[in-house]
Design a protein around this ligand. Structure first.
Ligand code: F6R
Length: 602
């Protein structure tokens, strides 16, 4: 949820930390801070709000010569977003940054307080630094004191510690939250993902859970439960993914426009003229598999819901979908003939990762669909299919959803092909539709302009219902999620046929209904559902290739030959509608309040 960077070396440290944090800011932006030790001098700066506040605060500060440094951008879990709660947290002579949650922090805190330690913040993180210093008072060996500290921590963490007691060393530990170490000559970098160190480090080592140790004099000393541990560095890509917005106002906007091109990458080498190929999966991967269970959160959960229709209809395989945070605690009955699929843009979502670990403990075969290679979920899975969406910076997910849905569609055909439950004709029809998807995702000026104009009518009211049937029901859920995330207005996705069972009571002219009315899927049924709402005076915004007289607003789509093409075209409409409403309301489209890009806490 938060972002960590660390650097040990001769270069100017403030800029390295701030640039690195900039890359991670999308993970959390309640507050940020840095701490540097040069010689025996310790400097620390913190600021609440976005990173630019920290930049402003440190503008007259620059480091000189060798030193160690750590930085953090925070998304509050324990304690409000205040400067005191911002990382790095200070003991008497040491600083710590941390991602994740220390579950036993309360008992550790009470233990330390009973020994006279004063806490300044409300965070769980502060316990780490005080515990370390308490251990250090009786164990003068700094590394042993650090080891003793992490032995006592329960929960998920990635942490860095610097201390005046050993002022040329960075101590680190990883358990359940991501962290990697970058190298270039004698420079050593730490980060919670690789973007902050691309262009700086040339080699990288992705820490495993249970890894800990220290970096000193350009060297990494690595340990795990078995003692000293050997490791191999990998080359780090030098292809710095541009953080530029390419002329778009927002990353989200850029990412919506990118979907058409990105989709071609997702299909490349997988969707061939008359067959589907997935080199990622061993032959016989689906042997003995008779059912699929998918776990995911948020937007990824919506792509999972969409795929359940496809797996059952196309591949003829039973498919259940679960929200990962629910699955974890329901004591599910898991059988080994079930393939366990996780879907995640970031590959670091704590609930999804834990659900995957549970399924693995139960002996299930696992497959992840993910956008980030080498992420925790990818590394934990038996196999993975990357969505190839490229880095997604807007907190509200767009191209990740589109590419996940495409991968799942491809997978449903692949399973049907492997299990021979799919006719040649159906395969041909589906492939033909897939090939047209990039076109259905192109944003025309006319459409964008129309949504810009329409958006001014939807800035008030007491809520939105997005309604659809079949695969358009998960799309309705996703459309509503996009709108609420960035407009802060109440929006719900609902199965169109379910409105009459309760929600229709809310209908009046201030209730906005966004009706997804595809031609190729239950058009007459949804038309009746929308008529019922219109009769109760609800304001109707219909999205359809077919004209609809009762609509107050009508957005005409163009693809009407295949449900998935209609799905993707309507998806773009709902994304742009949310974007334009949010812009008119003056909201921060890319970093909506209270949210973070990667949710690595439970
Ligand atoms: C919404 C959004 C979130 C994520 C959810 C899961 O726009 O982005 O709902 O989809 O937090 O994240 P991942 O896919 O990274 O596991």
């Amino acid at each position: 949820m938060c972002g960590i960077v660390g650097y040990l070396g001769l270069n100017e440290k403030k800029e390295i930390l701030l640039d690195g944090l900039q890359e991670l800011e999308y993970r959390g932006y309640d507050s940020a801070g840095i701490a540097v030790i040069e010689g025996n001098t310790l400097h620390n700066f913190k600021a609440i709000g976005k990173l630019k506040n920290l930049r402003e605060k440190t503008k007259n500060y620059a480091t000189k010569g060798f030193g160690v440094s750590i930085g953090h951008t925070r998304w509050a879990t324990h304690g409000k977003p205040t400067e005191l709660n911002a990382h790095p947290h200070l003991g008497q002579y040491s600083y710590v940054v941390h991602n994740g949650i220390i579950e036993n922090y309360q008992s550790l805190k009470e233990e330390l307080q009973s020994k006279g330690v004063t806490f300044l913040s409300q965070t769980d993180t502060e316990t780490i630094v005080h515990l370390f210093e308490a251990n250090h008072t009786h164990n003068k060996n700094v590394f042993s004191a650090f080891e003793e500290t992490i032995e006592r921590l329960e929960g998920a963490y990635a942490t860095l510690l610097i201390t005046e007691a050993d002022s040329d060393t960075i101590y680190f530990a990883k358990h359940g939250s991501p962290m990697l170490v970058g190298f270039h000559g004698d420079d050593v970098y730490f980060a919670s993902s690789d973007t902050p160190i691309i262009g700086k480090a040339t080699a990288v080592y992705y820490l495993d859970d249970g890894d800990y140790g220290y970096a000193s004099k350009g060297k990494l000393h690595l340990f795990d439960a078995n003692g000293a541990k050997a490791f191999t560095k990998q080359a780090l890509t030098t292809d710095k993914i541009s953080a530029q917005k390419d002329g778009y106002r927002f990353f989200m906007e850029k990412e919506i426009y990118e979907q058409s091109n990105v989709m071609t990458d997702t299909m490349m080498g997988r969707v061939l003229d008359d067959t589907i190929r997935l080199d990622e999966l061993e032959k016989d991967f689906f042997k003995d598999i008779t059912a699929i269970k998918i776990c995911a959160c948020g937007t990824s959960y919506h792509s999972a819901l969409t795929s359940a229709y496809l797996f059952e209809r196309i591949a003829k395989v039973r498919c259940d979908i679960e929200i990962a945070s629910e699955f974890r605690y329901k004591e599910p009955l898991l059988t080994k003939d079930t393939l366990f699929i996780t879907i995640s843009q970031s590959g670091e979502t704590a609930d999804t990762l834990e659900a995957l670990k549970m399924a693995k403990r139960a002996g299930l075969k696992s497959l992840s669909i993910c956008n980030v290679d080498n992420s925790s979920i990818v590394r934990e899975s038996d196999a993975s299919i990357l969505t190839r969406a490229g880095i997604e910076k807007g907190v509200a997910s767009t191209k990740a959803f589109a590419t996940q849905t495409m991968v799942l569609w491809i997978l449903s055909l692949y399973i049907g092909q492997e299990k021979k439950t799919l006719s040649k004709e159906t395969l041909e029809t589906e492939i033909n539709a897939m090939i047209h998807t990039p076109k259905a995702l192109i944003v025309s000026d006319t459409l964008h302009e129309k949504l810009h104009r329409l958006s001014k009518r939807y800035l008030h009211g007491h809520g939105f219902f997005f309604i659809g049937r079949d695969i358009f029901f998960p799309l309705a859920l996703e459309g509503a999620l996009k709108l609420k995330e960035i407009s802060y207005m109440h929006a719900e996705g609902y199965p169109a046929g379910e409105m009459k069972h309760g929600p229709i009571a809310l209908a009046d002219s201030e209730l906005f209904t966004i009706a997804l009315m595809p031609k190729t899927m239950h058009y007459d049924k949804i038309k009746s559902n929308v008529e019922e709402l219109s009769a109760r005076d609800a304001t109707i915004c219909a999205i359809s290739p077919l004209p609809f007289d009762l609509a107050d607003d009508f957005i005409q789509t163009h693809y009407d030959s295949h449900p998935m093409l209609e799905f993707f075209e309507m998806m773009v409409v709902t994304q742009l509608l949310a974007l334009e409403i949010s812009v008119r309301l003056g909201n921060d489209v890319d970093m909506p309040r209270n949210l973070a890009k990667s949710v690595t806490v439970e």
